[in-house]
Ligand binder design. Structure first.
Ligand code: BGC
Ligand code: CA
Length: 305
């Protein structure tokens, strides 16, 4: 088989589909439409789609170990949340009271911590439009929640994206999208301390959006504005590119029974009318069968009871 076979898309017409994850336990696909303030859950076997209205816009989330709910990065903070009944418990709201920033990309690391970063809304470049609780201009930050306890990791960010962890947990990947760079940080899995940073890759036409690590340790990145997925070797070299029928892919995950299906969220956000016409698939979840495989998503470890 060639590397990719395009299957039928999931026709959801999202405004800003994002943060797509496959749950190996329930065999369901979850993703958020940030601007529509909705969470989606899809079961490929039955083609059953459920859409949950959310209390706030949600940028990213993770599955929870031993529980049904999700750990969620809502606009104003991180919470445990059960979509089926709306149960919500805030864990950490470091930017509550700020205006002009919101939580965006995030992921559970392989040790069960939830990482998520905020973004300055708009193009991520304007500082004056985002204001902290004391009225001072701010930029965005990266945060980490370990068993219910949150901390700020670093700041000075425009738009947090691309969070993922190497298979050996020695590297954390992160992008501040407007810089066009994906950074690789030395990572200590035991302490969650990050060390030296290096530029892992620089995008061309687009900016780096969501990333995921495959079973060979290569990083797949959805290039927003670049109409493609790029597969990078652990050295940062481009190993392969997949051209997409949409200009704004946002995130990618592997799933399916054999972990060889690739799901890509996309956005219509900001597209002009002529682009909308050229890109009828914009907003849908694109599905590919591939010769690559993913690894199961790690689950968040909540506070011990
Ligand atoms: C953000 C969008 C942004 C895009 C490209 C996404 O993660 O949610 O608001 O436009 O990245 O930087
Ligand atoms: Ca994103």
């Amino acid at each position: 088989m060639s590397s990719f076979r395009r299957l039928e898309s999931i026709p959801v017409g999202n405004v800003l589909g994002e943060s797509i994850l496959w749950d190996v336990l329930s065999r369901r696909l979850w993703w958020t439409d940030i601007q529509a303030q909705k969470l989606h859950c899809y079961e490929p076997k039955t083609m059953d789609l459920r859409v949950f209205a959310l209390p706030e816009r949600m940028g990213s989330f993770g599955f929870v170990d031993g529980a049904d709910g999700l750990v969620c990065a809502f606009e104003s903070g991180i919470a445990l949340y059960t979509p089926e009944n709306g149960a919500l418990r805030w864990l950490y709201r470091p930017e509550q009271g700020f205006s002009g920033t919101r939580f965006n990309d995030g992921r559970v690391d392989r040790q069960g911590r939830f990482w998520s970063g905020t973004m300055v809304e708009g193009d991520g470049a304007g500082e004056a439009e985002s204001i902290d609780a004391d009225g001072r201009p701010v930029r965005a930050s990266l945060y980490c929640v370990t068993r219910g306890h949150g901390r700020r990791v670093f700041g000075g960010i425009g738009i947090s994206n691309s969070l993922c962890f190497s298979l050996d947990s020695r590297t954390m990947y992160f992008a501040d999208s407007p810089t066009r760079q994906i950074l690789a940080f030395a990572f200590d899995p035991a302490t969650a301390e990050i060390g030296e940073r290096r530029v892992f890759a620089t995008t061309g036409a687009g900016v780096p959006d969501g990333s995921v690590i495959d079973a060979e340790g290569y990083l797949w990145n959805a290039e927003w504005g670049g109409s493609k997925l790029v597969r990078y070797a652990p050295t940062g070299q481009v190993a392969l590119e997949l051209a997409l029928p949409v200009s704004q892919p946002t995130c990618v995950c592997f799933g399916g029974e054999h972990m060889d299906l690739m799901f890509v969220t996309t956005a219509t956000d900001g597209l002009e009318a002529d682009a909308r016409e050229r890109e009828p698939e914009a907003g849908n979840v694109l599905v590919y069968e591939t010769r690559f495989k993913g690894v199961p998503e790690s689950r968040y470890l909540p506070e011990s009871a």
